[in-house]
Design a protein around this ligand. Sequence first.
Ligand code: UD1
Length: 421
Amino acid sequence: MEYIRVRNRGPLEGRVTISGAKNAALPILAASLLGTEEIVLEQVPPLKDVEVMVDVLRALDVKVEYLDAETIRIDASQVNKTVTPGELMNRMRASFVVMGPLLTRLGRTFTQMPGGCNIGKRPVDLHLKGFKALGAEIDEEPDAVGAKAPDGGLVGGKVYLDFPSVGATQNIMMAATMARGESIIENAAKEPEITDLANFLNKMGAKVRGAGTSTITVQGVKKLHGARHVIIPDRIEASTFIVAAAMTGGTVEVQNVLSAHIRPILAKIQEVGVRIEENDDDTILVQSTGRLKATKIRTLPYPGFPTDVQAQFMALMCIAKGQSHVEETVFENRFMHVDELNKMGALIVTDGNEAVIRGVEHLVGAKVNATDLRAGAALVLAGLVADGETQVHNVFHLDRGYYRFEEKLKGLGADVERFVE
Ligand code: UD1
């Protein structure tokens, strides 16, 4: 098992370049199942989760070829399998988004039910509600689910999502691309990754309108063709580096970031006393004195504060002057990092989905566990400002979502090293 050792070496300084967005790349890779001609994707982050999705595609007879580390050529002309391997489904919950494309292209699909995970129950009822609205028959077993289109294929329909689920919006949107007639998704998720997927689908010849708003309309087409697409920059990775710069009192230029995608982060980071300069060349300059003020955050669907930055921001709050407050409204159990941060001298008390953080002058290095992907990032950030040495274990979680995390931090002067136990 590997762990990351972090030692406090003062403020981060320099430039860091953000990679393509994992959460945009995954559904776009799944969407490539819809096309019968060549697809080329650029700025695909070489991450563990992306590898799993590539394995899923290959298991479905898609030809996937790496043109370079971040450019992938895909040929899905031969897709004919309707069953997704359960083992891969277990490795990554997000593989469930292949269901919509398979259902619309092949008329049926069967897959193992994605399990819960350590951030709480993660049902798929809204995905299935959408498929039903398009005429599919659903066969739910305790640990597997099948969907079958009516003879003649899916038909356009209307679905209202009780919660603007990102995955359900993507799955239904993809299923609707080749359904007969018009489909409408109401209370759809508005995340930038939804818009990126819609842009990609439209390049393939789909007719998707309204992505980025809460009503998405899809006019079904008979066939989708090839396309070339550059994945958007990762707003969560960018936010993580902005928080790191803020915590360490550094000056960091974050490159390849779309500031429109991280409004809530920029607003909150300025509120705690950090200077932000947005430039029109997709760079943001973060200047921090390290003297941070307490604040409040409440996670919400986009454009609210992202749940995927909650843990990192909580690490910042641990050293901000005064009492901060976090409310997590998207996932039911996303405070696993609290005990770990407290091991480092933080003063955090939780009550249900709320946490109160009393800022301390100093965190202290400790042996801690990355309980999930973003928690892992939060602990590394805490280690950057803690006295002594921090060891973050279970770092495989980090590799699922951060490309060259240690290398990028080292480039900013951090003392971060990976070891094998
Ligand atoms: C995506 C992101 C993840 C992020 C999350 C919320 C990917 C690969 N992952 O996950 O990083 O944290 O959005 O921004 O893009 N829900 C239901 N029924 C459903 C589906 C979801 O009740 O059928 C609930 C979930 O339990 C959860 C909430 O909706 O409480 C949000 O989930 P969702 O938006 O679907 O997240 P994901 O797409 O899984």
